[in-house]
Design a protein around this ligand. Structure first.
Ligand code: NAD
Length: 468
């Protein structure tokens, strides 16, 4: 069994109990992490609190140097970390390396540079001088789907800003967080600046949210857990940022380059086996092009070879767990019961072992169906017809979520104008790529606050004004 990382040392949990980590491609137990307790939370928060004044007061260059060193080590051992993530999450190895490991290294490097230039003094307003102070002790709670990226999106800006951190990674895929903790230990972050606490959300996560000495909770995960976290944290009036679920729409206008729009749309829907908060899980297509789009989507989906993370040519790994597979299968059944047309994939197991699901496409999906409204979090695409542009926008905005989306048209400005009418935090115009320096976050029930880039850094700063 692994240990917790508290106050600069690896230590056992007070529970003595553990949580199994399961390889989703083989269904075998591959590791075991401690099931942390509220007493462990006490120890972690005390360490982070004690470390805060010195870390907040350290020269920005000092913080920058340590973060840059950590990024360098992550790059140096990227292939090892990618193998850990590929095994723990099931992501195809090339994606585990490029997206799940080198992506976070780039984010760490960005925040190291930002830390270097952060003086803490913001501006003068009349007789006032305005300062930006680190918010304090941050409790970071992360999901399993991008197990290193989600952690780095929080820990890097928090540390760069001068905050100290208690990280509670997902108990479902915790191993990448252990790699990062090892790196922070090696670069010599002062004890207590970064603490790793594994365990269950309802136990460790809630204790962290309730703790009066935690100044801020930064959470990424389901809307269900986010709601609970917001309520628990409100008791002690903490700052809370929430990065939650999504049901993002990909609107294809009639004059768009249909083969490209559909191919890229399918890729976005199935990325990380559909376990992506910003997945374009709804493709909204004009009735005149609908049959063609469905045909193209089925053709694109059939090129997603299912298999283990280290198998040749695989594009679709397993889902993370049995629970997740059962959930996705439930939605595929539900879609058929609701009258949607299954045109590709389904509930059959494509392989005898592992939590795999076939790439699945539903046609004839109508607004309001459960599969059109709820986040499925699997490789399931819904293709929905529309008649007018206004109707397309209404369908796109017609869920409780507001995380991401896409618009395609022959004319870029026209696509952008439709994009501006979407109530979502980000919109891709004609396939515009994800930008790791642009703010990322949700409208509506997709969350509160932003991550990444300068906006993500600001979340970890308090404002103080001095009047002269
Ligand atoms: P989850 O909400 O079940 O768990 C996320 C984390 O919260 C885990 O560490 C879990 O242990 C913890 N947790 C659960 N209940 C808690 C509670 N009551 N108090 C405190 N902590 C608690 O989510 P998941 O299944 O790990 O991840 C999938 C979800 O994450 C999806 O809904 C997805 O859309 C969302 N997500 C959002 C973004 C984003 O940036 N908006 C990014 C990735 C994932």
């Amino acid at each position: 069994m692994r240990h917790l990382y508290l106050n600069g040392v690896w230590a056992p949990s007070t529970s003595g109990e553990g949580v199994d980590v399961v390889d989703p491609a083989t269904e075998e137990v591959l590791d075991r992490v401690p099931a942390g307790t509220p007493d462990d939370v006490e120890a972690a928060v005390a360490a982070a609190r004690a470390a805060f004044p010195a870390w907040a007061g350290a020269a920005p260059g000092e913080r920058a140097k340590l973060l840059a060193h950590a990024a360098g080590l992550l790059r140096e051992r990227a292939e090892h970390v990618a193998r850990v993530i590929a095994t723990d999450l099931g992501a195809p190895y090339d994606k585990a390396l490029r997206v799940h490991t080198l992506g976070p290294a780039e984010i760490l490097e960005f925040y190291a540079r930002l830390a270097e230039g952060h003086s803490g003094e913001a501006e003068s307003i009349g007789n006032s001088r305005v300062f930006r102070e680190p918010v304090g002790v941050v409790g970071a709670i992360t999901p399993w789907n991008y197990p290193l990226h989600q952690v780095v999106c929080k820990v890097a800006p928090a540390l760069a800003a001068g905050c100290t951190v208690v990280l509670k990674p997902s108990e479902v895929a915790p191993l990448a967080a252990y790699e990062l903790a090892g790196i922070f230990d090696e670069v010599g972050l002062p004890p207590g600046v970064f603490n790793l606490l594994s365990g269950r959300g309802e136990v460790v996560g809630e204790a962290l949210c309730a703790h009066p000495d935690v100044d801020m909770i930064s959470f990424t995960g389901s809307t269900r857990a986010g709601r609970r976290i917001g309520a628990v944290a409100a008791e002690t009036v903490k700052r809370v940022t929430l990065e939650l679920g999504g049901k993002s729409a990909n609107i294809i206008l009639p004059d768009a380059d249909m083969p490209t729009a559909v191919k890229v749309g399918v890729a976005h829907a199935f990325t990380n086996s559909g376990q992506t908060c910003s997945a374009w899980s709804r493709m909204i297509v004009h009735r005149d092009s609908y049959d063609e789009a469905v045909r193209l989507a089925v053709a694109a989906a059939s090129r997603y070879t299912v298999g283990g993370p280290f198998d040749e040519g695989v594009r679709l790994g397993p889902l993370i767990s049995k629970t997740q597979r059962d959930r996705v299968v439930h939605y595929i059944n539900r879609g058929q019961e609701e009258g949607a047309r299954l045109v590709c994939g389904g509930t059959e197991r494509p392989l005898p072992r592992g939590y795999f699901v076939e790439p699945t496409v539903f046609a004839g999906v109508e607004p309001g169906m459960v599969i059109e409204q709820e986040e499925i979090f699997g490789p399931v695409l819904c293709v929905i017809p529309y008649t007018s542009e206004d109707e397309a926008i209404k369908i796109a905005n017609g869920t409780p979520y507001g995380l991401a989306g896409a618009v395609w048209a022959a004319d870029r400005d026209r696509a952008a104008a439709v994009g501006r009418r979407l109530r979502t935090g980000q919109v891709s115009v004609n396939g515009g790529a994800h930008n790791p320096l642009a703010p990322f976050g949700g409208f509506k029930q997709s969350g509160v606050g932003r991550e990444l880039g300068r906006y993500g850094f600001e979340e970890y700063l308090e404002v103080q004004s001095l009047q002269f």
